[in-house]
Write a new protein. Structure first.
Length: 238
């Protein structure tokens, strides 16, 4: 990017250009100083890596305006996610965070789960296409039992399996704020779907559950759909 590019970036942020695309991770150093004026920041497919995520995390700890941050496909990994998770424990304004396709695994998921137990502003978290399995789902499920602000969680394209679905189902029996859960293509199968259906007998707030490409079968899918419709309308439909 160079000094000239950094200057253009600084000017754009000063004049409240709410969507900014960066070419290299080092440019995130400048964001630490200028992110104060942004409301929405889009850095998808920029390869900022763990180092860039660290710079952003430092800025987020003190930021008072940013509400949406898109970091899709940036190679952040577990280390970068750890930095962001720490920032989430202190940030009071961010409501939407996209972290899909960032090689987030067990360590990153655990730190995010810890952050969700303390964060009181994030409403939408996108973790699609990462490395989240049953163990990672357990971490997130634990957070969902305590978190009271998250309304949308996207775990599509991971591999939580039937066991991971069971963990999430256990959380749904206690959670009263999540309204949308995307589990597309997670190898959940019939058994995992049955756990989720059982949870929906008690959960009355979830209104959208994507189980496509999971081999759940039409019968259990119909049962789940009826529970979701009940939650949307307030009355069970036969």
């Amino acid at each position: 990017m160079g000094d000239l590019g950094a200057q253009h970036l600084a000017d754009a942020i000063r004049y409240n250009t709410v969507t900014v695309d960066l070419a290299i991770s080092v440019s995130c150093v400048y964001l630490h100083f200028f992110v104060k004026t942004l409301i929405s920041l889009n850095l998808l497919r920029n390869g900022i890596g763990a180092a860039g995520a660290h710079h952003l995390a430092n800025a987020l700890q003190h930021n008072k305006t940013l509400t949406t941050l898109n970091l899709l496909r940036n190679g952040i990994g577990d280390v970068g996610t750890q930095h962001l998770a720490f920032a989430l424990q202190h940030n009071k304004t961010l409501t939407t965070l996209h972290l899909s396709s960032n090689q987030i695994g067990s360590v990153g998921a655990q730190h995010l789960a810890d952050a969700l137990q303390h964060n009181t502003t994030l409403t939408e978290l996108d973790l699609a296409d990462n490395v989240i399995g049953a163990v990672e789902a357990l971490y997130l499920a634990g957070a969902l039992q305590h978190n009271t602000t998250l309304t949308t969680l996207n775990l599509s394209g991971n591999g939580i399996g039937a066991v991971g679905a069971q963990h999430l189902a256990d959380a749904l029996q206690h959670n009263r704020t999540l309204t949308a859960l995307n589990l597309w293509s997670n190898a959940i199968g019939l058994v995992g779907a049955q756990h989720l259906a059982g949870a929906l007998q008690h959960n009355t707030t979830l209104t959208a559950l994507n189980l496509s490409d999971n081999g759940v079968g039409a019968e259990i899918n119909d049962i789940i759909s009826k529970f979701l419709e009940r939650n949307r309308t307030g009355a069970y439909t036969e």
